[in-house]
Design a protein around this ligand. Structure first.
Ligand code: ATP
Length: 322
């Protein structure tokens, strides 16, 4: 079992609320187990460049509640090459880093697996607002993004009811409908357009008219960006119904903000677990949460496997929107 003395930690891919809480937990749990912890700025690009900062108990103070990532994140094409990976490894070795925690998504985990195979034990923590990573019930940042959408939905609902309007809200999710489904279900949307389960526009319009006929004073339609453009959906509804229809694209506010309690807790638990696993000399692992218990699995097992949205929730959203 290799003895780990110095843990490196980096954030990679898209940022997600709770990444800072995860870094804080890696640092403090690592230190409590006798390790030194080094922060790597700008993901794999920073690892190659040797862009390191020593992290102490106090240097991660006052970040648990902050969105984004204070280590910053980047995408590195050079790291995709063997040469880039060798440079990253050499740079880690030169800094005495003998274990690495990678906080990010699927692409970032491929890098972590590669480094493990090259001799640097690395552990992955799932952080992406999309919640589409297999092997975990939830990813860090998802709950915060859903709550941001829900906040917008509730505000829009107030004005939709007052003015008897139809609102179309486009939310993030290029390939994954998790955010749209969760926010739509929790927000009581009439229709939810998901990339995984296409819904014909005629069906959307039929439901919309049915609701209005039975006296509904407002209608809310959620569109995941991967299921089509909110503006396009709004235009079609206007054309086919003549209803006063407004469109909102929520955009990047979904990525920012303080992590919710659920995300800050998940990040804290996963960060601490990652440090523990590394200190046991184990690498090539992924940390997930299943039924509220933390689990570990080989990275190979979760790579490239997108977590599908549950039919049960899609059906429920439809049933409750009658
Ligand atoms: P998100 O989905 O939230 O954007 P991600 O981790 O999937 O997160 P990517 O841009 O796919 O984001 O990956 C981040 C970085 O990980 C890439 O810039 C690259 O440096 C590295 N990476 C991606 N794919 C691989 C791979 N197959 N092998 C090695 N490294 C990779």
């Amino acid at each position: 079992m290799p003895l780990i003395r110095k843990i490196g930690v980096l954030t990679s891919g898209g940022d997600a609320p709770g990444m800072n809480a995860a870094v804080r937990a890696v640092v403090r749990r690592g230190i409590s187990l006798g390790a030194e912890v080094v922060g790597v700025r700008r993901g794999y690009a920073g690892l190659i460049a040797g862009d390191f900062m020593e992290l102490t108990v106090s240097s991660v103070g006052d970040i648990i509640h902050r969105g984004g990532t204070f280590l910053q994140t980047a995408r590195s094409d050079h790291f995709l090459t063997e040469e880039g990976q060798q440079e990253a490894l050499a740079s880690a070795r030169a800094a005495g880093i003998d274990g690495l925690v990678v906080i990010g998504g699927d692409g970032s985990f491929r890098g972590a697996l590669q480094l493990t195979r090259m001799g640097l034990p690395s552990v992955g923590i799932p952080a992406t607002i999309d919640n589409d990573i297999d092997g975990t019930d939830r990813t860090i940042g998802f709950d915060t993004a859903v709550n941001t959408c829900l906040d917008a939905i509730r505000k829009i609902r107030d004005t939709a009811t007052s003015h008897e309007r139809t609102f179309v809200l486009e939310v993030m999710g290029r390939d994954s409908g998790w955010i749209a489904l969760a926010a739509g279900l929790a927000g009581g949307a009439e229709s939810i357009l998901l990339p995984e389960r296409p819904l014909p526009m005629d069906e959307v319009v039929t439901r919309l008219k049915r609701g209005v006929e039975r006296g509904k004073r407002h209608t809310l339609i959620i569109v995941a960006e991967g299921a089509g453009s909110g503006f396009e959906v709004g235009r079609e509804i206007r054309e086919k119904t003549g209803y006063d229809t407004r469109v909102m694209v929520l955009g990047h506010i979904q990525r920012g903000g303080s992590p919710t309690a659920l995300d800050a807790m998940l990040a804290s638990r996963m960060g601490a677990k990652a440090a523990e696993v590394l200190m046991e000399g184990r690498g090539g692992l992924f940390i997930g949460v299943k039924n509220e218990e933390l689990v570990t699995a080989p990275l190979e097992q979760v790579l490239g496997r997108r977590k599908d949205i549950p039919d049960e929730l899609v059906d429920l959203a439809e049933i409750l929107a009658i």
